[in-house]
Design a protein around this ligand. Structure first.
Ligand SMILES: Cc1cc2nc3c(=O)[nH]c(=O)nc-3n(C[C@H](O)[C@H](O)[C@H](O)COP(=O)(O)O)c2cc1C
Length: 171
């Protein structure tokens, strides 16, 4: 699939078929994270692939009852193993690193015929406990993964005119 088609096709999927993900599709999705760039190529990350149904139900509860977390056959917890420090620009680098890796996975998943949904609304403490992640690490996001049961909602986005300005900033 062309990259631009993957970008256009990717939507948050919250309804999944009750069907396991073939290993090669899962590995191709994870490989996209492995190849993602990170600050100084540090790769301070770990991706916990959660298939266990009880753990997915527990993660759904830790996500305020978001049922798609339990219904997706796989949930990937994207974990920073060095969740401190700011880049010289004042922005936390670990969140940027993990966001890039997860975005790579969302696009690779589309290419595999899979759907994803970022989950940011979850309890850090509860999710860490469920997955036995040490308190010194931070889960940046949970990513649901599975075969889409529906294509997702149409994209609603601001126009380029609203978000791009030239040479100097303007509101
Ligand atoms: C950082 C981040 C956190 C998100 N958290 C959630 C979430 O907790 N639950 C959920 O259903 N969707 C979540 N989303 C999905 C967004 O609602 C969705 O990406 C946005 O509405 C645009 O829709 P689209 O992904 O279909 O293009 C999150 C997305 C991002 C990027």
């Amino acid at each position: 699939m062309e990259l631009k088609d993957a970008i256009k096709t990717r939507k948050s999927i919250r309804e999944y078929e009750d069907k396991p993900i073939p290993e090669n599709k899962l590995l191709n999705t994870l490989e996209a994270a492995r190849l993602a760039p990170s600050g100084a190529n540090r790769q301070y990350w770990k991706f916990v692939v959660v298939r266990d149904p009880q753990k997915r139900r527990d993660l759904a509860e830790a996500s305020g009852g978001q049922n798609h977390v339990a219904r997706a056959p796989v949930v990937i917890a994207a974990v920073s193993t060095m969740p401190d420090g700011l880049m010289r620009c004042g922005v936390p680098g670990y969140a940027v690193d993990l966001a890039i890796a997860v975005d790579h996975m969302t696009l690779a998943a589309v290419d595999e015929g899979l759907g994803t949904c970022w989950i940011g609304a979850f309890s850090q403490e509860s999710a860490r406990e469920i997955l036995h992640i040490p308190a010194k690490y931070t889960i940046v996001t949970l990513l649901t993964l599975g075969f889409p049961e529906q294509p997702g909602k149409p994209k609603t986005r601001k126009s380029l005119d609203e978000i791009v300005c030239c040479d100097t900033f303007s509101e």
